[in-house]
Ligand binder design. Sequence first.
Ligand code: KG4
Length: 342
Amino acid sequence: MNPVTILGIESSCDDTSASIVRNGLMLSNVVAGQEVHSLYGGVVPELASRAHQQNIIPVVEAAIKKAGIDKSEISAVAFTRGPGLLGSLLVGTSFAKGFAQALGIPIIDVNHLQAHVLAHFISQGNENETMPEFPFLCLLVSGGNSQIIVVHSHFDMEIIGQTIDDAAGEAFDKCAKVMGLPYPGGPHIDRLAKQGNADAFKFNKPQIPEYNYSFSGLKTSFLYLLRDKEKENADFVKENLNDLCASIQKTVVEILMSKLRKAANDLNIKNVAVAGGVSANSALRQAFHDYAIRYEWNVFIPPVSFTTDNAAMIAITGYFKYLKSDFCAIDEVPYARVSQKL
Ligand code: KG4
């Protein structure tokens, strides 16, 4: 059988990315970020779409070149169909359709969240790679989502818990913003927390039933703490920046892990994975290692390059769909939101 070579395209938010995956092995993964948003303290959808238009052709060209293949070897084009920013998604979707039409090959639509989970199955050709066995639990934490998912198979995923308001990444970014840190604030909190005392400040944890999360109350109590302390000392944030970062990070990680532990316990699942942008967080990664020892979990933590938005995860999902001949019609359109079932 000829090798199955998938071109993956990701453009759901503010990263333009293209990747080549051949028979499950990643040959290239090129990501172009968009600096323009840092001026505004968040992603500006209109600017994101324009930047995707500028980036998409050079990024795809670079991915093909880096993979050392010719475009005639591509079997299908997989693209992020949603959820995400519609204008951004339209750029990737339209490009994928045009490119595939020109080559006479099929297109494969990919759910971005499902792809974050399936990033665990990208092979980089390393000898000691381990991939999760089904069923496993996946904590999917990003700027827009905080979910606990039971993964029964590649395409049978059940969301058993999710945030009822803000996502974990949003909580990091909003707390960072009120401390005057640049956007996105999550990585800055992570960096500064390394020098801080995580027990310096205490925050109430939300009491939400089942496996759901809530982060908006935490964000508000963080805001109130800063407001009250700054009344007494205008330099409060400056003088306590590292401790504030360490304390808020510890609280977010504890909230995430306690629900995950409850789910693992209730469902008696020992294979536990993490995915999404926030899984780059060093304290969250450490918590996974600690829980692996304490509760005898088999934990799966992706390389940092596969935690944030990337096209390799789109290409691997496309690869699995290709094997099922699960292709998409040319007139399918992107979607901004996603339903309960992945
Ligand atoms: O999955 P992702 O790249 O994209 C979207 O959700 O669109 O996630 C981005 C989120 C942001 O909120 C960012 O602050 C957060 O992931 N993030 C982190 C870290 N790296 C990225 N949060 C905490 N610690 C980090 N090291």
